[in-house]
Design a protein around this ligand. Sequence first.
Ligand code: AMP
Ligand code: ZN
Length: 472
Amino acid sequence: MKLYNTLTRQKDDFVSNEPGVVKMYTCGPTVYHFAHIGNLRTYMMEDVLEKYLRWEGYDVQRVMNITDVGHLASDADTGEDKMLKGAKREKKTVAEIAKFYTDAFFADCKKLNIRIPDVIEPATSCIDNYISIISSLIEKEYAYLAGGNIYFDTSKLDKYYVFNDFNEDDLAVGVRDGVGEDENKRNKTDFVLWFTKSKFEDQEMKWDSPWGVGYPGWHIECTGISIKNLGEKLDIHCGGIDNAFPHHTNEIAQSEAYLGHKWCNWWFHVMHLNTNTGKMSKSKGEFLTVSLLQEKGYDPLAYRFFCLQSHYRKSLVFSWENLDNAVTAYNKLVARVAALNANGEAVDEKEVEKYNAQFKEALGNDLNTSLGVTALYDVLKAKTNDATKIEIIRSFDKVLSLGLLEAAEKINSAVEEAPAVSEEDKEVEQLIEQRQAARKAKDFKTADAIRDQLNAMGIVLEDTPQGVKWHR
Ligand code: AMP
Ligand code: ZN
């Protein structure tokens, strides 16, 4: 497939290090709050990438971390640990909120048909790995101790800004507006690998280390967890575009300094979901969650459909009107799939191949999901039998995961169940009519017998001035 690479700034033919195997790492959520639907746009597009690679026959080994320590409020290694902030907000322990929001994240993934990666590692479970990498970086003189913290020395690298030829003065996090400079840093771009001197004495999560009791920086966790689980060479590293700098830039700096060779070939970044007032962000406090969409009556899969209709490398504007349009289109699509009837017909394998090739052209060209959706409509219009159409939709939906066949089946079984219920109701109504007739004829014995028969069926009768009413 052709896949855009932030590192080369172009679409290249994807080649993995090991034939047939893709080692893929994903920056997971910081679990101090619910994931918002912007975060989930990123996870959904990464899910499509993983599933497409599987669809092409790759064995994808995917690892994701859960950030439950070390992600500070500011990129400049200052500010409070986000986890501690969340714990204070909810008057709980850090461990409690980590568990609660990790579970909530997986529940959201399930609702959106996002496959959970094979390996999930909370950052707090790999402390020894970070300590060993940091020790080696100090030994190689890529890292130094200052003011109690361990910093990575970016001046030791030939090129620090790997993704873009940024202007160093504009990008150095220490000089951004409102961000205080850390006096301990030798260079503005240096970053913390291990904190012991957090200005927040109440940091809950602390571990012993050769440099004192403390906790790891955010960037080192992804390097540690990736190398621990996927080895020294990574094929694809994913994240939202805001992760490219400084997080991914710092990951590359420390990983390659530690390994002594190139670490990851492909960098896959998803552009943001914005509202008309700007980027959707957790730290702003107000954001949309999947549960909120559901409370408003939206099917989470309609949101997935909304996201798949646009390209992952374009920012996407969320509005209720846009979502409503996606809901209408999604429901129509499901209704058209529900109208297909395989009727024991034979699948035309040639047609399946033809449409799979069209799908491959779309998804295989830098994951063009909107053309993938167009291919779905083309299948529905195709001059082939319904059994073949169903087979092709099943194939596409292994990647798109819109739950089309499942939703269609629900519609069809609801239609089938409806007459069965009314048949039963009809019988009840008939018996009530017979009972009324018996009462009119003063045949109380028959009337009572019918009532007993209805009771035995679980039907309760109520004689009201408006006539006989019944319920189960
Ligand atoms: P966080 O939980 O803040 O660490 O972010 C989880 C993921 O969501 C990361 O890959 C971020 O880059 C990504 N992300 C953050 N904000 C947005 C947004 N508005 N749209 C899409 N992805 C985002
Ligand atoms: Zn990361």
